[in-house]
Structures are given as structure tokens and as C-alpha cells.
Ligand binder design. Structure first.
Ligand code: MN3
Length: 201
């Protein structure tokens, strides 16, 4: 079974004004589709054809050398974007409650401090990549990756990720990546993040 782009769980204009409809169309229908198509092409006729995307990402070294770069970038792109669409909702925003809320407070001091830390990781990522909240050895940590690298490659469990490639924000925010990072909190679905934490525990 090859990879497919999952449908968005909300309409394309549902995250307005924080993420604009045109960006969602291009990002989901064109960018994510391209990662899926290229990942499928690179994986065809390999031992990992048909494996789920998480398994592919933790098994890159099992692939022939000449396939590893394309699979890392494109299966990584598929994994990261699937998680990204699921992490947002028109009913998102607000503060995390329950276990995820209390753990963020205990590690970062407050939700505000956590957001500053996460935004700083996104701003500091030179070029293209992602800012992440991950579980690393059972501890909540903020990190970032380059390109489409997944925290899974490092043995971390991604709980929440924001795409800081220019294609994610340039139409509405132009060069103002920090503004995009701040506005994004309005659409984060903390219930989804909480369920990821529970599933990883
Ligand atoms: Mn993207």
C-alpha cells in the first residue's frame, strides 16, 4: 500500500485568518502531494515498500544508499505534514489542559514560557525546517529539525510540530516568520497533543 495524502480534517478556509485558504490549498494539495509522490517513487521495489511511514523513517539505514536521501526528505515530509494537519483545528487555541498542560507548566515554568521557547526554536531554524515539542527519553523538550527531518530519526516522539518552511506562511506573513509562529497558537488543537502524549506514555 503506497502513501496517500490524507484529506484535511476541516475546510481549507477554516484556519483563517491565521492561515489563509490559498496557503492551505497549495500546502496540502501541492506540497504534501509532491512528498507523497516522491516517497512512493523512491520506495518502490525496496524492502520498505508497503511499510507504514513511521517504520520507514526509523529504518532509513536499511535502504540502499542512493535511496536514503530521497526517502528521508519525502517520507519525512509525508509524516511531518500528516501530523501538522491533525494538530490544527478551527476550534483550537487556548491553553493545554490535563496532563499535557501540567507537564508543560512543570518543565517550562508556564505556558507563556513554553510558547516563547518554541517560537525561538522556530525563528532560529535557519532556512527550512520544523519547530517541535517532543518526548525525549520521557521528558518534554522543545527542539527543531532541518528540512523534513523527523524527531523520530533521533528516537524522539513528536507531539506537536510547526512547519517553518516559507511555503507555510509566505503568502500571508511574507518574511515575518515570528508573526506566523505567534498566530499559529490560535489554531493548535491541544486535545490532539494530549492524546499523543497519552499514547506515547
Ligand atoms: Mn510544508
Amino acid at each position: 500500500m503506497s502513501f496517500t495524502v490524507p484529506p484535511l480534517p476541516y475546510p481549507y478556509d477554516a484556519l483563517e485568518p491565521h492561515i489563509d485558504e490559498q496557503t492551505m490549498h497549495l500546502h496540502h494539495d501541492k506540497h504534501h502531494q509532491a512528498y507523497v509522490d516522491k516517497a512512493n517513487a523512491a520506495l518502490a521495489d525496496t524492502d520498505l515498500a508497503g511499510a507504514n511511514v513511521e517504520e520507514v523513517i526509523v529504518s532509513l539505514s536499511a535502504l540502499p544508499d542512493e535511496k536514503q536521501g530521497a526517502v528521508r526528505n519525502n517520507a519525512g515530509g509525508h509524516l511531518n505534514h500528516t501530523l501538522f494537519w491533525e494538530s490544527m483545528s478551527p476550534d483550537g487555541g487556548g491553553e493545554p489542559r490535563g496532563e499535557i498542560g501540567s507537564r508543560i507548566e512543570s518543565v517550562f515554568g508556564s505556558f507563556e514560557s513554553f510558547k516563547e521557547c518554541f517560537e525561538a526554536a522556530g525563528v532560529a531554524r535557519f532556512g527550512s525546517g520544523w519547530a517541535w515539542l517532543v518526548l525525549d527519553g520521557g521528558e518534554l523538550t522543545v527542539t527543531s529539525t532541518a528540512n523534513q527531518d523527523s524527531p523520530l530519526e533521533l528516537g524522539q516522539t513528536p507531539l506537536l510540530g510547526n512547519d517553518v518552511w516559507e511555503h507555510a506562511y509566505y503568502l500571508r506573513y511574507q518574511n515575518r516568520r515570528p508573526d506566523y509562529l505567534q498566530a499559529w497558537w490560535n489554531v493548535v488543537d491541544w486535545d490532539v497533543v494530549g492524546r499523543r502524549l497519552a499514547a506515547a506514555a
